[in-house]
Design a binder for this molecule. Sequence first.
Ligand code: SF4
Length: 407
Amino acid sequence: MSPNPGFLKLDLAIRGIVVDDSLRGRNDLFHAPTVRGPVARSVELVLPGEVLVSAPVDEAFTTDSPYSLLQEADRFYLQAGDERAEVQIVGAPGYYAKKTRSGLPMWRIGSSYGPYLAINPASRCAFSAKGSQCQFCDASTQGVDRDEPIPVEDVVDTVRAAFAEGAIDFVYLHIGYVDSEDSGVRFLEPYVRAIKRHFDTLVAVQLQPPRDNRWIDYIYAIGVDALSYSIQIHDEEILKSLCVGRVEQVGRQRYYDALAHAAQIFPNGTVWSDLIVGLEPTESTIAGVDSLVDMGVLPVLSVFRPLGDTDLRDHPMPDTAEVAPVFAHMFERVREAGININWVRDLSFAVTPFEARYFSDPDAAVSGALGPLYRSRLGNLAVRNLSRLRRRLRVRQVNDSFGSSNL
Ligand code: SF4
């Protein structure tokens, strides 16, 4: 087992974890919120070094995994061969079992991943309606299969419940494609305003680029703190073959142009774009990282997952050793460019430049060792400490629940 938490996170995300019999029946420890398919069921772990990972645990996906997760007394361990490391489990939050004022189950509205609550309040993605959806897209996670948007009040109820139990630190709103000049900015506005009015929190938003840059200025003006237009795949031909809608309805270049404009409007480090590792050659992902960094945009790398509901359910997973250099490259380029890496830093589903430091410098341990460049302009030291405290609370709740379980 790699002692490097960055490599370990990547390998776990790619290969998954076998659940030992000592944890059978403990469904409260595993996350299966709104997704289906062979890699839908996952466990969220805090690895040594406080690195957060979401790893698949479904048997259909993990048959070849060398990793197993087990419990001894009140402690959890990750084991590979003779080696083991103590880990913490971040269990499914309690609000998943609650309902909003209109009776909607909250697990259908918001999923918590590490420090954030992800909510897609929209109905069907317009790409899907045109038959041009991204081939890796899982309809149920993206709201593609919902006929009506979620009422603002139900979103507020869910955010309140998640904050009340200390499950999250900020809110992340994401929607698919909206076929209009603003690409959904006006749709999101009441949600952003309501969340800002009711909670002292940061709001991050991901959507497709608007046709006109003035909507980027507008979304900043209504209070959005961080913004993403995710290109996902840099290679032009592969993007065209896997994401017809992005290319035909929006245009590949529009993603980059909109990101470049947003990076001039928003604070340093608060505009990001995801690239999926495993759907294009590593050189192409590296070129994508370079394009984003050159325009002051923070790249975030997520590992491809062959979700059962998607056209790519049989696509092979990437090889950890082959893709690891992309992560080291990302960290080095972001550091050279002086992009703030503290805002987008602890994501269980993706590797951020903050975590990618482990690929470049295996001895990297604490953020304080990284120097003043990494001090946040948004005062995120406080947010980070709060995040850790809240995570520990959630971890403790999981551990405490063992005391009352029959296992
Ligand atoms: S933009 Fe692509 S990934 Fe996002 S919801 Fe639409 S089809 Fe799915």
